[in-house]
Design a protein around this ligand. Structure first.
Ligand SMILES: *Cc1c(COP(=O)(O)O)cnc(C)c1O
Length: 395
């Protein structure tokens, strides 16, 4: 199904988009576990290598099952081009490294997934790429951080774990005025709830490990942008350095995409009901849910997101001790650092994903020792509410 055939709605694209069929006309997407390809003649091989005749050359570059996943993601996102990667971090690292060289400068929001922050501050720093981290909700800080060498703006929204929401359109405008580009990590919103490219971003990255697989099976990632952006920044870097997605994982992710809307809608409905059931609870000092009127950036949520989130964050009274008592009191919800799964999961950022930061850095991000991040799964919402309320009684 070519994107140009008809403007299908996301649910339809997710079942049919990008499907290629072999001579056997299989119904479901075929899994091509092949590294390489055979040519009918030496001349055909030469033409394929020089790019004169299109086609697959080597699976580090591309493979029919990877292509199906990339095409389906591109149609869903409304992107001209996409490339799949082995993990979400491979997508972030490739998208950022592809855009910069020694001497360049990156502006990023402080509230980032721990590994993204490490890539920007520690890893890229080794190659002479400098960075400034800002409060993503404060547009003046983005503006003031610009230097003559600024090439890339980077943000994640909603953020992990405090679910802050940043104005993509406004930040993209500031980036473009400075001659820079904006890359958005759209994992928490999913491609269903937020379309950064339509809001002016130049590049979108995903960890497909989260909602896109959504059933705890494989790792994967994806980079989406214009054809020119991909060819200038991403194409050669993936081909030559090899952060490529396994065809088997691409196949699992394709099947994950088919059920993405059904899962994410149900998980969001449960998360919203849980947020309402827990808001104002006497054992909590704070609850954050994009989609509630009391969210600090409710106006931005209304402007750029189609719905809230599958995640709810809240602060349990009594700091780390209170949070641990609560976590250990849960029967149904799994203690983990993952999210976006059909099983409900909970994370204590201070001792896991954000352990690397100093207490002062965490305080600056609003990550108190009692903060937990809950990811709603596909269980019945009343079972989840009972689980959470029973565990809060133990605090
Ligand atoms: C999980 C995650 C990543 C990294 O993805 P992996 O697939 O684990 O490499 C990046 N950004 C965000 C926001 C994430 O949640």
């Amino acid at each position: 199904m070519a994107a140009s055939e008809k403007n299908y709605r996301p649910e339809t694209i997710l079942v049919h988009g990008g499907t290629l069929r072999s001579q056997f006309n299989e119904m479901s997407e075929a899994l091509y576990l092949t590294q390489g390809y055979i040519y009918e003649s030496a001349e055909a091989c030469e033409a394929r290598f020089s790019g004169k005749i299109p086609g697959y050359v080597y699976s580090r570059y591309s493979n029919p099952t990877m292509s199906m996943f990339e095409q389906r993601m591109a149609q869903l996102e409304g992107a001209e081009a996409s490339r799949s990667t082995a993990t979400g971090m491979a997508a972030v690292t490739t998208a950022l490294m592809g855009q910069v060289k020694a001497g360049d400068h990156i502006v990023a929001a402080k509230a980032l997934f721990g590994s993204c922050r490490w890539v920007i501050e520690d890893w890229l720093g080794r190659f002479g790429v400098t960075s400034t981290l800002v409060d993503g909700a404060d547009l003046n800080q983005w503006k003031n951080a610009v230097t003559k060498n600024t090439k890339v703006f980077f943000m994640e929204t909603p953020t992990n774990p405090t679910l802050e929401v940043y104005d993509i359109q406004a930040v993209a405008d500031i980036a473009h005025n400075a001659g820079a580009t904006l890359t958005v990590d759209n994992v928490f919103a999913t491609p269903l709830y937020q379309s950064p490219l339509k809001l002016g971003a130049d590049c979108v990255v995903y960890s497909a490990t989260k909602h896109i697989d959504g059933q705890g099976r494989v790792l994967g990632g994806c980079i989406l942008a214009s054809e020119k952006f991909i060819m200038d920044n991403v194409h050669n870097l993936i081909r030559q350095t090899g952060p490529s997605l396994s065809p088997f994982n691409a196949w699992v992710l394709l099947k994950g995409l088919e059920t993405l809307p059904v899962r994410v809608e149900r998980q969001t409905k449960s998360a919203a009901a849980i947020a309402d059931a827990l808001a104002g609870h006497k054992k909590l000092t704070r609850l954050i849910y994009p989609g509630r009127k009391d969210h600090p950036q409710a106006d931005v949520v209304a402007k750029q997101m189609k719905a809230g989130s599958t995640l709810v964050s809240f602060e349990v009274k009594g700091g780390k001790e209170g949070a641990f008592r609560f976590l250990n009191g849960l029967k149904l919800t799994g203690i983990t650092n993952n999210l976006g799964d059909s099983k409900s999961l909970i994370t204590h950022p201070t001792t896991t994903t954000h352990q690397r930061l100093t207490p002062e850095q965490r305080a600056e991000l609003g990550i108190g020792d009692g903060l937990v991040r809950f990811s709603a799964g596909l269980e019945h919402q009343d079972d989840l509410i009972e689980d959470l309320l029973t565990a809060l009684d133990k605090v």
